[in-house]
Write a protein that binds this ligand. Structure first.
Ligand code: HEC
Length: 99
């Protein structure tokens, strides 16, 4: 019994911190880099054709970025159907704090 408990504890410790989720950096690369560039500052040819700006060109609030992601803006389609609320918050936070 003790052995089993220790094994279960070891097993849960070995799970990644964000079990089941993917990191905000990965989300950005998968969902945003296509237009805004890997660094978020150098729009790709596709992004430039649509009019995507550098994401550091002006200051944003996390709540503003969340709204833009959920509802879309101009030629950028809404992502509400593709990303969960948590993913939208995570990637908005990434844009504000990590770019
Ligand atoms: C299909 C290309 C495309 C993808 C993918 C895309 N965007 Fe955009 N994004 C745009 C375009 C185009 C604009 C400019 C919209 C406008 O102002 O008309 C924009 C605007 C924005 C703005 C507003 C910038 C400003 O200064 O007003 C933010 C913030 C933003 N995108 C974040 C993201 C994030 C985060 C992702 C990934 C979850 C993402 N975008 C994915 C094309 C894209």
């Amino acid at each position: 019994m003790m052995k089993l408990a220790a094994f279960a504890a070891a097993l849960s410790l070995s799970l990644p911190a964000a079990a089941g989720g993917i990191s905000s950096a990965t989300l950005f690369q998968n969902r945003c880099a296509e237009c805004h560039g890997k660094d978020g500052k150098t729009p790709t040819a596709k992004g430039r054709a649509l009019g995507a700006p550098s994401l550091t060109a002006r200051a944003h609030e996390v709540s503003e970025v969340e709204r833009i992601l959920a509802e879309g803006k101009g030629k950028m389609a809404p992502l509400r159907m593709k990303l969960s609320d948590e993913q939208i918050t995570a990637v908005a936070d990434y844009v504000i704090t990590r770019l």
